[in-house]
Design a protein around this ligand. Structure first.
Ligand SMILES: Cc1ncc(COP(=O)(O)OP(=O)(O)O)c(N)n1
Ligand SMILES: Cc1ncsc1CCOP(=O)(O)O
Ligand SMILES: [Mg+2]
Length: 208
């Protein structure tokens, strides 16, 4: 299994956003420390998802960065991504592991130690934990768990914990102190006026 980058950029495909420009900017600064997770809206077609994921994978490979695909594991396989990420509405972790194979990177969403432990036992190689802070990027999320919630999960599992939800460079130090290995962001990069500079600030906050 390749070593996991600490900064996870999740693509923002909402109207008016330009995910590939943000990916290019972040890759130029973060290189191998970057994981790009291709995440599309539920109404995106598989073809649209494939086209974006293929382009992201082609940008990641020469930069030494990791490309993952959210939810749609057949797309991950089709573009030669390093793996994928699943949550409660997606394939169960054990099924996802069977689809991706033993060597793939497989992330699973968890917000409590019990579900985190189950996900790792089923084959997750890292956990996305949150939401840590309030966010407007995704609707219908449960209340934020804060650094204390991250600490509870990180103390219960032997795999990297990636904190997600409302993460900014300002909130990274407390999440790292709580045991987060890394962070996943959408808005902190997709809404930045200078995504390269925002990437550098996140990396500095992560201690990279
Ligand atoms: C790193 C990371 N953590 C959590 C999630 C959320 O996944 P999920 O709960 O399946 O929700 P969607 O992203 O599919 O809406 C994630 N994508 N990445
Ligand atoms: C997909 C997802 N799952 C939990 S929070 C979140 C969105 C995170 O976006 P942002 O970094 O803009 O808060
Ligand atoms: Mg999902």
């Amino acid at each position: 299994m390749p070593s996991l980058g600490r900064l996870h950029l999740i693509t923002d495909t909402r109207p008016g956003y330009d995910p590939l420009t943000v990916v290019r900017a972040a890759l130029g600064v973060a290189g191998p420390e970057l994981v790009v997770q291709v995440r599309v809206s539920d109404d995106a077609t598989d073809r649209e998802t494939y086209d974006l994921a293929r382009r992201v994978r082609e940008l990641c490979t020469p930069a030494g960065a990791t490309c993952l695909v959210n939810d749609r594991l057949h797309v991950a396989l089709a573009v030669g991504a390093a793996g994928g990420h699943v949550g409660a509405d997606d394939l169960p972790v054990a099924a996802a592991r069977r689809v991706l194979g033993p060597d793939a990177v497989l992330g699973a969403t968890a917000r409590e130690p019990v579900t985190a432990t189950r996900a790792v036992a089923a084959g997750a190689s890292y956990l996305g934990v949150g939401p840590c802070h309030a966010t407007t990027t995704k609707d219908g999320l449960p209340p934020p768990i804060g650094p204390a919630g991250v600490r509870a999960v990180a103390g219960a599992v032997p795999v990297p914990v990636v904190a997600i939800g409302g993460v900014t460079a300002a909130t990274v130090p407390a999440l790292r102190a709580a045991g987060a290995y890394g962070v996943a962001v959408v808005g902190a990069l997709s809404t930045a006026t200078d995504p390269a500079r925002a990437t550098a600030e996140l990396l500095r906050a992560l201690g990279c």
